[in-house]
Design a protein around this ligand. Structure first.
Ligand code: KL2
Length: 554
């Protein structure tokens, strides 16, 4: 966030009074309305390639948030991507920011901002909320009437249809479904980190204003599976879950450990899937100093409801990894725990797995070691500084390097992100003798043992739904945008065709994994600043939702 003295330049305030222009609101609702949803026909024809054209990550984006009224002073606030300064408090207990000052607020506003126990029901239940109409501003009472706004051409999110790349299949031979991943910005975190939202008009930050927007977006997206992060428990129980249940979803929730009031939810259309297994995943371990953070994950096994044929189960995992940009060691260990849990529930035999959809906010940027590890299945980390892992920070000099191995053996997870069998010396599926030796002779490794020991692996073959860069402009896609940064940290990974996915016995399906039929395009940082960043009048989180359509061949 900019220091206060820099925020007022040339007599104008950069942050709170910009003209917010909602995304994609030129008379139409940004997404689509009313079932059935004609996915491919409603949106303009796609201009996308199927390949995942990963490019090296770069940081600066050559544009800046708009100054209201045009620049009259030869100074501009730097773009958010230049301002990714870590909180000085991060290293100690990085997740816990300072409680933010609320003295600037009026009395009534402060009432709204106060965290309350959910048993006290400070907010109206879902049934009292008027979900706003598809067109126009949500019909909720906001504390101050916003000034008149000028609307510019809105940034567009388009549906990109890839289905033409796949042969048509009869309805009995396929199971198509949509998955959304969305960090909805818990009100508690918004208030704790209010400096990140100093560019926003205050009325848009009230939960009573944001909730109907979020519910409307969920409703209009109408995804078959929702993977939500930063879902505050009171809001979930009283408002979000009842609304989603009314829309035909069954909902599972895992709260963060400790005193953190938010968590992750996975909701699925109960007429499309049968719940086979729920696995809440806690990363906190009392006896392991490295794992003292309260992040969590949630894994479900879902059985597609198909009339004609038995479909294999689908493993859906959702997580929100640690934010602290400097603690890549913790992020990698949290990820390893999640991958180990997925292995446990999704493994069919040896290294064959049911199709996996892995969603979440990984607090790591594209091209970072953590991101590459998920996609490539291997990471050699010897000599890597802990701050480099997530790629959130440019300068990592002076930081300590990752220890080898990253996590202690007492965690019971090997370097292949698989839980070790309780019996000592028992080989894990796919574990080589060299790795086994390294685990046993820790401290006296040979050079080649050391190389194996300083490499992580996992057994899944995962692709990312998004490409992370726009092919024509080379501009980075952005999934989160606030005063301090505009980057991709949210992903939907999936077991792509040709991966090591379980094939139904006797199946003549041309491929074993999931086929990506389409996705809702993301935006650039520039697009988002043209609507005053996030959250804004219409988009009520500091993240964009991610939406993908998959096909499972039966
Ligand atoms: O970046 V996030 O926002 O993926 O949307 O994930 C974390 C951050 C979330 C959960 O911990 O809270 C936000 N500075 C900025 N943002 C922070 C900080 C911080 N010190 N701590 C938590 N968050």
């Amino acid at each position: 966030m900019l220091p206060r003295h820099l925020r007022t330049v040339g007599g104008r305030c950069f942050t709170p009074s910009c003209n917010p222009r909602p995304l994609c609101m030129s008379g139409n609702f940004p997404w689509w309305s009313g079932p059935p949803r004609p996915w491919s026909s409603f949106f303009p024809a796609p201009t996308w390639h199927l390949q995942d054209n990963s490019r090296p990550h770069h940081y600066a984006a050559p544009h800046r948030p708009p100054l209201p009224g045009g620049p009259i002073f030869p100074w501009f606030p730097p773009p958010a991507s230049w301002l990714h300064l870590s909180h000085f408090n991060m290293d100690a207990k990085g997740e816990e920011p300072f409680r933010k000052r609320k003295k600037e607020m009026g009395e009534g506003e402060e009432q709204q901002y106060k965290r309350k126990s959910w048993t006290k029901r400070p907010y109206p239940p879902a049934s009292d909320l008027r979900v706003p109409p598809i067109h126009g501003t949500p019909e909720v009472v906001v504390p101050a009437s916003p000034p008149t706004e000028s609307r510019a051409a809105p940034a567009q999110r388009r549906w990109e249809d890839f289905s033409r790349h796949y042969p048509e299949r009869s309805s009995k031979d396929k199971f198509d479904f949509t998955v959304m991943s969305y960090n909805i910005l818990s009100q508690d975190l918004l208030e704790d980190n209010s400096g990140l939202y100093s560019h926003c008009r205050r009325p848009y930050l009230f939960w009573n204003y944001r909730l109907p927007n979020i519910l409307r977006e969920l409703q209009d997206m109408n995804a078959d599976i929702l993977c939500l992060q930063e879902v505050q428990e009171d809001h979930y129980e009283e408002q979000i879950k009842p609304r989603l249940e009314a829309l035909g979803y069954a909902c599972e929730y895992k709260s963060r450990t400790g005193t953190k009031p938010d968590g992750c939810a996975i909701c699925f259309k109960s007429d499309k899937f049968k719940l086979k297994l729920v696995k809440p995943v806690e990363y906190f371990r009392r006896n392991i100093a490295l794992l003292d953070r309260d992040n969590i994950g949630l894994v479900l096994m879902l059985q597609p409801e198909t009339k004609q044929k038995d479909a294999p189960m689908i493993c859906v995992a959702n997580t929100h990894l640690l934010y602290n940009p400097r603690r890549g060691d913790i992020k990698l260990t949290q990820l390893a725990i999640l991958l180990a849990e997925i292995t446990r529930v999704a493994q069919v035999q040896d290294s064959r797995f049911y199709p996996i959809v892995l969603c979440g906010d990984f607090n790591s940027v594209p091209g970072s070691p953590l991101h590459r590890f998920i996609k490539e299945g291997t990471l050699h980390y010897e000599g890597m500084t802990i701050g480099k892992v997530s790629g959130q920070e440019k300068y990592t000099r002076g930081q300590r390097i990752l220890s080898i191995p990253i996590w202690p053996q007492t965690l019971g997870i090997n370097q292949q992100c698989v839980y070790e069998a309780p019996a000592k010396n028992q080989k894990q599926p796919g574990q080589s003798s060299a790795e086994e030796t390294v685990m046993k002779t820790d401290g006296q490794d040979t050079e080649s043992d050391k190389r194996v020991a300083s490499s992580l692996r996992h057994h899944f073959s995962l692709s990312s739904v998004y490409s992370h860069y726009f092919p024509d402009s080379g501009m980075p896609e952005v999934t989160t945008c606030h005063s301090r940064c505009a980057v991709t940290v949210d992903y939907i990974f999936y077991s792509a065709s040709d991966s090591n996915v379980f094939r139904q016995p006797g199946s003549d399906a041309p491929c074993d994994g999931l086929q990506l039929l389409g996705r809702l395009s993301l935006l650039t940082e520039q697009d988002l600043w043209s609507v005053n960043g996030l959250p804004n009048e219409i988009n009520s989180s500091d993240h964009l939702s991610l939406l993908a359509k998959f096909r499972l061949n039966l």
